[in-house]
Design a protein around this ligand. Structure first.
Ligand SMILES: N[C@@H](CCC(=O)N[C@@H](CSC=O)C(=O)NCC(=O)O)C(=O)O
Length: 286
């Protein structure tokens, strides 16, 4: 691991690290915020953040204003880049496929399958790295925005025993049913929509209720959605998850926030509430 940034922040330290990833076969950048409690040697729970399309590890750490809340609650924040990158890594001219758009899946199709394994990176490799190199416990929660909200929901729904809680800002809840998702899932996984279901929160909620995937825990979900979000009706469609959760009695708190758009101004407005919600789950006795 090579440290490439370090900044004092709310009594703790915002760092950026770079490391070779066995999942993606590339160098990956990751933002790590260490709260004052971690700098004093305490083992702290970890909250993972997954960013959206076009983002790097920088967007969240510079725009969300999350550090003050993590410092207050004694949580480590981990915010990775959104895809493998490099001149030898497949890419596309569109902002919504390829570099900056890993979609948190394991690609099976050429030319993507060589490097696009963001699911394995987020679920297995990154926690192992964080828990070995930082004063981090193995108590984890996850949240994200838009494509990263989709990623957080899929990761938690597929691994409910590994995460205490999951929340999202303006997530893509049903990628199988919207243009962003259909484009990337078709490219990364092939054209059979059956193969997309393991990467679609609505399908996963239905599968969990039907007892598939072997998981008995059904993690409660918190979602904030801006009412003036330009992507709301075409790409995000939270009503599809709301209906699936209602039909299966999966616990969901979906809050429509009038006047807010898709930007980091929206995220910054509610990140404190999300971090407090996760802190409660992370600090409960198991
Ligand atoms: N047309 C935009 C699309 C990119 C965009 O809006 N990205 C969002 C996430 S969208 C879903 O995953 C984002 O977080 N952008 C970064 C930011 O700092 O706001 C474009 O081409 O940029």
């Amino acid at each position: 691991m090579k440290q490439i940034e370090q900044h004092a922040c709310f009594g703790g330290r915002q760092e950026v690290w770079q490391h070779p990833s066995s999942s993606t076969g590339t160098l990956m950048n990751v933002g790590v915020y260490l709260p004052p409690q971690a700098l004093a040697g305490e083992k702290c729970p970890v909250l993972y953040w997954l960013s959206g399309l076009t983002c790097t590890e920088q967007n969240f750490i510079t725009k969300a204003g999350a550090q003050q809340h993590a410092a207050h609650h004694g949580l480590i924040l981990v915010a990775p880049d959104t895809s493998p990158r490099g001149k030898d890594v497949a890419d596309d001219e569109g902002y919504d496929l390829g570099q900056g758009a890993g979609f948190y899946v394991n690609a099976t199709q050429a030319p993507w399958a060589d490097h696009y394994r963001m699911y394995d990176y987020v679920v297995d490799e990154l926690p192992a790295l964080v828990e070995a190199h930082f004063p981090a416990s193995d108590v984890r929660s996850i949240l994200g925005h838009s494509m990263g909200g989709h990623g957080a929901l899929v990761v938690a729904l597929r691994n409910p025993e590994r995460y205490r809680s999951v929340s999202a800002f303006a997530p893509i809840v049903a990628p199988s049913q919207v243009p962003w998702g259909q484009k990337v899932l078709g490219a990364y996984l092939g054209n059979d929509p059956q193969a997309w279901k393991a990467w679609d929160s609505v399908a996963l909620v239905e599968a969990l209720a039907a007892g598939q995937h072997g998981a008995s825990i059904r993690p409660p979900i918190l979602i904030d959605q801006g009412g003036e979000d330009a992507y709301l009706h075409e790409q995000l469609r939270p009503e599809l998850l709301e209906a699936a959760c209602a039909a299966t009695r999966h616990p969901l708190e979906l809050r429509l926030q009038p006047g807010y758009d898709h930007s980091y101004y929206f995220i910054a407005s509610f990140i404190g509430e999300h971090i407090a919600w996760h802190a409660q789950a992370l600090q409960e006795a198991p």
